[in-house]
Design a binder for this molecule. Structure first.
Ligand SMILES: Nc1ncnc2c1ncn2[C@@H]1O[C@H](COP(=O)(O)OP(=O)(O)OP(=O)(O)O)[C@@H](O)[C@H]1O
Length: 253
């Protein structure tokens, strides 16, 4: 019975979640749900609490109040972290580590491995993740030899390699050129087609716009606005309303 309940539960649910950093209350009551297979973008001005929200979701910041559930299980009892993939903000990810691209991506399989070296399924998952982000030919290169955008792709591949049911990403497009943004959009499309739920912090929707089911805008630690798909597609396809323009540009779809 309990299993049935957790199967039907959303991937992520926050109700009135509060959190503080130092003496400062940063989250003042966040309500947010990510249904199974849904892609939700978290938007808002600098300092509105986006990163703190996702860091709370992945257990890096302790909530001070409210209810936070992952797959129907309260955060404090949740142990199944291999179901969750996390891509931190790029500036917080370790730089200068002398590892190869394959090694970093393989780290995404650690939570799935019981003991011993990576098995065939692990190697296959790493290969697929590298292919998804367009870095299969760079597997043996040191991550130090990559550009910022390629480095970001490695971090995303690492999260994808774990086969997450919920993917949480903090500004995956930051500092990434348009070509890499499109590669990431394709990788994400493929992943969501497999039923993965996604919560991601963005400043602009960019090439990801067609993938996003809902945007949640934060302001001063609270949800200010929620928008659904229709509005988003309008925004992506008609950034500057022009009655003579075709219904879809084809650029973003
Ligand atoms: N260690 C800390 N101690 C106290 N306050 C902090 C700390 N880290 C962040 N803050 C404050 O918490 C608030 C929310 O920060 P957060 O990083 O969650 O915002 P954000 O919406 O992700 O911003 P950005 O778009 O700039 O990344 C900000 O006002 C920030 O100054």
């Amino acid at each position: 019975m309990a299993d049935e309940q957790t199967t039907a539960a959303p991937a992520l649910s926050l109700r009135g979640v509060t959190a503080s950093l130092g003496a400062r209350q940063v989250l003042r009551g966040i309500d947010l749900t990510v249904a199974r297979g849904e892609v939700v973008a978290l938007l808002g001005a600098n300092g509105s609490g986006k990163s703190t929200t996702v860091r709370t979701v992945v257990g890096q910041v302790q909530p001070t109040g409210g209810e936070l559930e992952l797959f129907g299980t309260p955060l404090r009892r949740f142990r199944d972290w291999r179901r969750v993939g996390y891509v931190p903000q790029r500036s917080t990810a370790a730089a200068g580590v002398p590892a190869t691209v394959r090694e970093v991506v393989s780290a995404g399989r650690l939570a799935r491995r019981r003991f011993g070296p990576l098995g065939r399924a692990d190697r296959e998952a790493v290969r697929r993740a590298l292919e998804l982000v367009g870095l299969a030919d760079r597997a043996r290169d040191s991550v130090n030899a990559l550009s910022g955008g390629q480095h970001q792709r490695v971090l995303i591949a690492r999260a994808l390699a774990g086969g997450p049911e919920l993917l949480v990403m903090d500004e995956p497009l930051a500092g990434v050129d348009l070509v890499s943004q499109r590669v990431l959009a394709d990788a994400l499309r493929e992943q969501t087609a497999r039923g993965t739920s996604v919560l991601l912090v963005l400043h602009e929707l960019g090439p990801l716009a067609p993938l996003i089911d809902r945007t949640v805008v934060l302001h001063d630690g609270r949800v200010e606005r929620v928008d659904g798909t229709t509005h988003l597609h309008d925004q992506a396809c008609h950034p500057h309303p022009d009655p003579s323009a075709p219904a879809r540009t084809g650029l973003l779809t």
